[in-house]
Unconditional design. Structure first.
Length: 263
């Protein structure tokens, strides 16, 4: 009964995604029909329309902003979390609170000063502005996550590395990184998801050149009405990169999310 209930819940949660995928292969008349049409002739017209609307540029911008910001987050979060866990600095709790306190301020409260500063620096509608913002947005979460993973490393491992003459960089790179690799994969994937789905900064700080995929999805809602089938096709394409990233990293992700659960 428990297995059956689990399958029912899984299907219930997945059904909107399945319906979105099916709708993306319909004509607009079939997508807007009432009652819904379950039998139809599949077509790729909606995907062609999305690509013809210039979706490629938006996808490239999202890939750059997400990829570069995630790489910067990982590069900075690893040494910071190492210092806060295995080699704690003075007033570690104050540092950790400062990191997480940056997530307490609503985004809408900081958009005006960010917009003014970006305008004065002439970096509005610039993809690298989004890279900086996404890096600062994800860095506190990454530091907190990686700190918990580093704390799971037995102290005997570090002592053995020191006895063998390994320095700080060699210990971090050769000893610790292979052990926390699952946690690093989980952290990176979460950063990818947050950056890829970010909408508020992209909407207010970009225009024609640097808009990302979420902004493109909103552009599908026109004054002529909502093209449901075309919007579904765009949503499927927008979801694919994150789904593929999660599928590739699924083994590391499961191990990483379970690290720290049992002492």
């Amino acid at each position: 009964m428990l297995t059956t209930l689990t399958w029912i819940l899984a299907i219930a949660f997945f059904s909107p995604v399945l319906w979105m995928v099916l709708t993306s292969f319909k004509q607009e008349s079939a997508a807007a029909s009432n009652p819904p049409s379950f039998f139809f002739t599949p077509t790729l017209d909606q995907y062609r329309a999305v690509l013809d609307a210039g979706a490629g540029t938006y996808f490239v911008n999202s890939l750059i902003a997400t990829g570069v910001s995630t790489l910067l987050v990982v590069v900075m979060a690893v040494p910071a979390s190492y210092a806060l866990s295995i080699r704690p600095v003075k007033k570690t709790q104050d540092v950790l609170f400062f990191f997480i306190s940056t997530k307490m301020l609503p985004v809408v409260a900081v958009i005006m000063p960010i917009y003014v500063i970006a305008g004065q620096l002439k970096v509005l509608d610039n993809i690298w502005t989004l890279v900086v913002l996404y890096t600062s947005m994800n860095l506190p979460i990454a530091v907190w996550m990686m700190r918990s993973f580093f704390q799971e490393v037995p102290s005997e491992v570090l002592e053995a590395a020191q006895m063998d003459g390994a320095g700080l960089l060699k210990t971090l790179w050769r000893v610790l990184m292979p052990m926390v690799a699952p946690g690093l994969a989980a952290t990176a994937l979460i950063c990818v998801i947050f950056a890829w789905n970010e909408f508020f900064f992209a909407l207010n700080l970009t225009a024609a050149k640097s808009s990302t995929v979420p902004v493109f999805l909103v552009s599908q809602m026109t004054s002529e009405g909502l093209y449901l089938a075309q919007l579904s096709a765009a949503s499927v394409l927008a979801s694919l990169p994150v789904v593929i990233a999660g599928w590739v990293a699924q083994k590391q992700l499961v191990r990483g999310l379970s690290m720290g659960a049992v002492k």
